[in-house]
Structure formats: structure tokens, C-alpha cells
Design a protein around this ligand. Structure first.
Ligand code: NAP
Length: 300
């Protein structure tokens, strides 16, 4: 199996590279601004440059292309909607069309932010989409463009990605920030009115490659099976660090002003993925335990 990972220096992309190598697969990758520290063939690529993307695909001739590259800054997308559309929608669509012509398989990564978050039930793959900000709209347009380009593409929706970056070996995202605040005895303001099913990058990468091995196509939710608020996520991190929750401060989304609206409840129903792969998705606690070496403070 030969994987070409687009966005190999992102949090998810670095984990896909790592899991692919652990499986003994041939892995090559592209990066945007900074090359990751992997001993694999790496190519600089802005994915909106479709002719360079096509050249890399032809020269590498992979079995599967995994697109982890995206404009993920939700507020940045709100401020630069044309760029968000180009990176998150148009470019993946063009790559999918190239895959269709060249007989390559394509896995495209999407988001829970395709939903408006007005339901309090977890979203299944078939639920109605209705993004409430430019980022979600650009990712939804990307899903459609990918399906138009390659009807049997594999599309995975994730939620609140965090974990260990496998290029730097550092904890990245929300738990790193909470850990750092707690280690300096600083208060941690956390929302109690937003619900998500956090996707740990390492486990998610494993599941993506299992879906590839299963030759799955269509849309799959890949997340943990715990639907939690950021406050509850913070409390689970305190538990992992064996510290009290006294520095956690309950907050509301309306406490801060941000350019982009966030949906309130985008927990993903992972039943379809569990049925496809024959195994339960982890709980949040199981996921945090898997990276406890990075979460637990070293100076205690
Ligand atoms: N982060 C989340 O909470 C979350 C939630 C749900 C779904 N997702 C989805 O999961 C996927 C992976 O996200 P992630 O968390 O791993 O994000 P990430 O760490 O920000 O990685 C995104 C990667 O895309 C690259 N990139 C940005 N613009 C590019 C361009 N024009 N051409 C080529 N590469 C470009 C970035 O490179 P540079 O940094 O060098 O620009 C970065 O390496 C994305 O599809 C995202 O939409 C993320």
C-alpha cells in the first residue's frame, strides 16, 4: 500500500504518516509552509495549485491519497472566505477529479461544523447539514466537490481534533493549553454550553487507515463516543493529571467575541464507523489515558 498524505505536517496528517509507517506501508507526503521531520519523500504544495498537485500525484503514483490539508482557522476563514473556499472546497474537488481520471482512491477529511448544532442528539452521517460559519460552509462545499469529482470517495467527519503531533512529539491543541494553564496555577475558562465528541488524532489516524483497508466509501463520523462540553473535557484532563478542578472556571460562548459563530452541539454519532470496523470507538477517558505521558505534569 502506498499513501500520499496531503498536509503531512498538520496534527492529523503527522499521525496518518506515523500510523501508515507503523503498518509497513510506503508513505509520502506534502507540506505547506514547514516540512515535517519524517524520513519520507516530501513535496512542498499549496493545494490550490492543482497542476503541481497533479504532478506530485502522477510522480508518486500512490494507491490512496489522504487529504489532511485544510484551512482550519475558523475565524481566519470568516475573514478570508475566498481563500477558505479555494483551499477547503475547490482544491479537494480538483484532486478528487484527478483521482477519478487516474484511478487513485481518495480519502477526504471533513468536520462536524457542517452541522448547525441546533439538535441536542448526536449527528449521524445522514442528518441534514446547515453550516453556520464560512469554515463549515467551505468544508461542506468541499465534501460536495469531492463527491462530484469521485463518486466513491471516502469522506470522514471529525470533531475537535487534539493529540500528539508526530513530527514534533508534542501535545497539541486543547489539552496542551489546559495542561499548561494548570501547571502555572492559572485559571482555565471553559465553556459549559458547547458539546463535542473530541477526536484524538492518533486514534483517528488509525481508524482512517482501517477504513482504507476495509475499502470503505461514503461518509463516516470518526470521533470518541463521549459527548462532552469543553468544561467536562477540562475536568477529564484534571483527572488525568490528578489535580483538583478548582482552577476550571465555567464560562459561556457569549463571554467572548469571535468573528465566526460556533455551533452549540455537534456531537457525532459513531455507530456507522463502529459497525464498519467491528469495534467500539474509545471514550474520552480512554483516549486521554493513551496520551497520559504527555498530559501528566513532569515536575510534580
Ligand atoms: N482541528 C479541529 O478541531 C478539526 C475538527 C474537525 C475537523 N477537522 C479537519 O481535520 C483535518 C485536519 O485538521 P488538523 O486538526 O490536523 O489541522 P492542522 O493541524 O491545522 O493541519 C492542517 C494542515 O493543512 C495545511 N494547509 C493549510 N493550508 C494549506 C494549503 N493551502 N495547501 C496545503 N496545505 C495547507 C497546514 O499547513 P500550514 O500550517 O503550513 O499552512 C497544516 O499542516 C482538516 O480537514 C480539518 O478541517 C479539524
Amino acid at each position: 500500500m502506498h499513501l500520499l498524505v496531503l498536509g503531512a505536517n498538520g496534527l492529523l496528517g503527522s499521525n496518518v504518516v506515523r500510523v501508515g509507517l507503523e503498518k509497513g506501508w510506503t508513505v509520502s507526503g506534502t507540506y505547506h509552509s514547514t516540512p515535517p521531520d519524517f524520513d519520507i519523500p516530501l513535496f512542498e504544495l499549496d493545494i490550490v495549485d492543482s497542476s503541481t498537485a497533479s504532478e506530485i500525484i502522477e510522480s508518486e503514483d500512490p494507491d490512496w491519497i489522504v487529504n489532511c490539508a485544510a484551512m482550519t482557522d475558523v475565524d481566519g476563514c470568516e475573514e478570508h472566505p475566498d481563500r477558505a473556499h479555494d483551499v477547503n472546497a475547490q482544491a479537494p474537488g480538483e484532486i478528487a477529479a484527478h483521482c477519478s481520471q487516474g484511478d487513485y482512491e481518495f480519502l477526504h477529511v471533513s468536520t462536524d461544523y457542517v452541522f448547525d448544532g441546533k439538535s441536542t442528539a448526536s449527528y449521524s452521517e445522514d442528518d441534514s447539514v446547515n453550516p453556520v460559519q464560512v469554515y463549515g460552509q467551505s468544508k461542506l462545499d468541499g465534501e460536495k466537490a469531492v463527491r462530484d469529482g469521485l463518486s466513491d470517495a471516502l469522506i470522514t467527519r471529525l470533531s475537535f481534533v487534539y493529540g500528539v503531533h508526530r513530527g514534533t512529539d508534542e501535545l497539541t491543541g486543547f489539552p496542551a493549553w489546559v495542561r499548561d494553564q494548570l501547571q502555572t496555577d492559572s485559571e482555565v475558562p471553559l465553556f459549559t454550553d458547547q458539546y463535542i465528541t473530541p477526536s484524538r488524532a492518533g486514534h483517528t489516524a488509525s481508524k482512517l487507515l482501517e477504513l482504507i483497508e476495509a475499502e470503505a466509501s461514503g461518509t463516516f463520523n470518526v470521533a470518541c463516543r463521549s459527548c462532552v462540553s469543553p468544561y467536562e473535557f477540562g475536568a477529564a484532563i484534571c483527572d488525568q493529571m490528578d489535580v483538583a478542578t478548582s482552577l476550571l472556571v465555567e464560562g459561556k460562548q457569549s463571554d467572548i467575541e469571535r468573528p465566526a459563530t460556533r455551533p452549540s452541539h455537534t456531537c457525532l454519532d459513531v455507530t456507522k464507523t463502529q459497525d464498519q470496523l467491528g469495534r467500539r470507538q474509545p471514550t474520552l477517558t480512554e483516549d486521554l489515558t493513551a496520551i497520559s505521558d504527555w498530559i501528566a505534569p513532569t515536575d510534580r
